[in-house]
Design a protein around this ligand. Structure first.
Ligand code: NAP
Length: 306
């Protein structure tokens, strides 16, 4: 059980031996990451001889970092901001979903180098399934048009959503993303809309909304792109990809109009779990996912208290 595993935690460093495999995270910054909690807990409970370590990679050193990791026989890496797209030229292979999304967050060792995957979107989808949020056949509003919003639109296409409307402050950016997604879809699946134009959307709780901007993220917790309750009346479910704070202003506004609201913590959990499964071949069952999620919450409270 995880309780037994937690008891063993102090012994963990002594358990590192000549057979220990290493995985890690590359990014800049990496200091506040919760990923070591996810992977080291999974390793302990599942008895995998694997250690996970964050590596701060300075700008301009990404190629050296990937080559160095391969030379050191690292089993795998996660990749975070700002390197998720920049890392692609240094891979020997790329999964088709990651290629379509244009961002990689997980590297898996092969004989000749690393293969890149995107587990953020499968992670979001697994989180939504766990939370009972349906995608197939849904009309979806995506707030934002950055790298994550684009990936969300690709996921929605892949999982059979009916349409994806991108609402963004800069409409031009939303239009570029919609055009790109429609090109891959081979039909008009996505369209762009200015954030001010939401009153043209039909009335009634018809939409699932996915909040993919950085607005409302700690320490600016009181901010939301749209405050008008009329917008939230159109939404039956709101999914905010932000996980700090746990209840964002967007979520409060959705709930105030009777909708259901979720944050991005489970997306973070499942992107990690899927990466771990790729590295080790293990299958993480839902009871263990729940326990890891509890440990993430505890670790976050400790970090917040510092
Ligand atoms: P990004 O590329 O920087 O895009 C940011 C988006 O936010 C753009 O659409 C931008 O609009 C919009 N925006 C920023 N400030 C705004 C403001 N004041 N008013 C209106 N719109 C504003 O970011 P990203 O990489 O796509 O990431 C987006 C978010 O996803 C992150 O903040 C993070 O919280 C979340 N995320 C969560 C997870 C997870 O595991 N849960 C993983 C990855 C990311 P313009 O185009 O008009 O500038």
């Amino acid at each position: 059980t995880i309780e037994n595993a937690a008891g063993k935690e102090s012994k963990m460093l002594n358990d590192i031996n000549g057979y220990t495999r290493t995985c890690g995270l590359i990014g800049n910054p990496v200091e506040h990451t919760l990923s070591p909690v996810i992977h080291n807990t999974l390793s302990m409970v599942l008895g995998e001889n694997l250690a996970y370590v964050p590596f701060h990679v300075e700008n301009g050193r990404l190629e050296d970092a990937v080559k160095g990791a391969f030379a050191l026989n690292l089993l795998g890496l996660n990749v975070t901001v700002p390197y998720k797209s920049d890392v692609i030229p240094y891979l020997t292979d790329i999964d088709p979903l990651a290629e379509n999304i244009g961002a990689v967050n997980t590297l898996v060792q092969t004989e000749t180098g690393y293969k890149g995957y995107n587990t953020d979107m499968p992670g979001l989808y697994r989180a939504m399934c766990e939370d009972g949020v349906k995608v197939k056949g849904e009309k979806v509003l995506i707030r934002g048009a950055g790298g994550v919003a684009r990936a969300v639109a690709m996921l929605l296409l892949d999982k059979g959503a009916r349409e994806a409307i991108l609402l963004n402050r800069t409409v031009q950016k939303a239009q570029e993303v919609a055009d790109e997604v429609n090109r891959i879809a081979g039909r008009k699946f996505s369209k762009a809309m200015s954030v001010d134009a939401y009153d043209t959307l039909p009335a009634g709780k018809q939409y699932l909304a996915i909040q993919a901007t950085s607005v409302g993220m700690y320490p600016h917790c009181d901010a939301a792109v749209i405050e008008d309750p009329a917008f939230y009346e159109k939404i039956h479910t709101g999914y905010d990809l932000i996980f700090n704070p746990p209840k964002t202003r967007f979520m409060e506004l959705v709930e105030a109009q009777g909708g259901k609201a979720y944050n991005g913590a489970k997306m973070l959990l499942y992107q990690g779990i899927i990466a771990f499964e790729l590295w080790t071949g293990c299958k993480v069952e839902s009871w263990l996912a729940d326990k890891v999620y509890e440990r993430m919450q505890e670790a976050k409270k400790t970090e917040d208290g510092k």
